[in-house]
Design a protein around this ligand. Sequence first.
Ligand SMILES: Nc1nc2c(c(=O)[nH]1)N[C@H]1C(S)=C(S)[C@@H](COP(=O)(O)O)O[C@H]1N2
Ligand SMILES: [Mo]
Length: 369
Amino acid sequence: MRVGPLREGTFRSALHEPRTAVVIGRLLGAALLTCFVTGLLSHVLQQPPDWLRDHLPSRPVAGYRVTQGLHVISGIAAIPLLGAKLWTVYPKLFEWPPARSVAHALERLGIALLVAAMLLELFTGLLNNVQWYPWPFPFRQTHFWLGWLATGGLLLHVSAKAPLIGAHWRRVRPGSAQRRAFLGTVGAAVGLVTVTTAGQTVRWLRPLTLFAPRRPDVGPQGLPINRTAAQAGATTPPPGWRLTVTGPRPYQLSLAELTAMEQSESELPIACVEGWSAGARWSGVRLRDLLDRAGAPASARVRVTSFEAAGPYAVSEMSASYARDPLTLLALRVNGEVLPPDHGYPARIIAPNRPGVLQTKWVSRLEVI
Ligand SMILES: Nc1nc2c(c(=O)[nH]1)N[C@H]1C(S)=C(S)[C@@H](COP(=O)(O)O)O[C@H]1N2
Ligand SMILES: [Mo]
């Protein structure tokens, strides 16, 4: 077969054929599906639709730590898999004639969109992991919609190719040594990027985090920081700082008064959307005690406001399931020490099963809604 404008025999490898594409495609599909489902979960926890926001569970305690860890691990693993998949099929880019029929042209257009969405999705995710946003569009919305586009495109692609996939699903004997070597190399690449990055969330892989942008134990009190107090303009609380709690019986408390209240301890992780997570021992006042004191109804939601100058995470809201959880604290201490400015001095929120972006630091105000 003549291959496009290229000479016959241009693509010499015997691996540019459906069986290789099917084997790699299955692994890639599993990684992308994991990534999509955990990504949706993260999106819902961060910005729940109105009908769902009062039903989000505060358990399991480390739920978000696990799902977001999986999101970033599967996303990173998908990168070498996608590379291998595209290499396997790229001779088809030079198919000749470029379009045999309208249906064929549409299918090729669909694949072009799918590949573009997939590449952009993994690229934006990887750069988010290293906290680098070199683009003018908002990351989260773009990543969310590209995720739908890529997954929808993938489903269409798989259904269009179903007969071919079915025909090459099973192994034929004898197998090809060349394919085994290729798949082994791809597997090794996936293993390498996984073990050198997963330590940012998996404790026992910590010594191997060669390529992870963060080690979960590097930072004040053995905890990383996403936004420092200096970056947030929150190095010192405003003069005369008091915690204001609004509700049926509003009140204010000084730091000394907060410290004199009954203190509780919670062992809870911070799990950042960017892929790192770390557990810590927090102590402070139970949020539900503060709400009870303000006469808040048991089903009330809470808006938490920070005194940070301005920033996308200066305000967060939480539903009653989190606010009433006995582990949810207005924390004053972490790992046995008073919170340093970078971790939210004088007070921060820490709650189970929540994205890090909602664990508001430098708290000045709690509003019962
Ligand atoms: N006020 C405020 N709180 C904040 C943030 C912020 O930018 N401003 N960043 C959040 C993010 S993205 C994370 S992951 C956690 C990190 O907490 P740490 O810096 O104490 O580890 O704080 C959260 N709380
Ligand atoms: Mo974060």
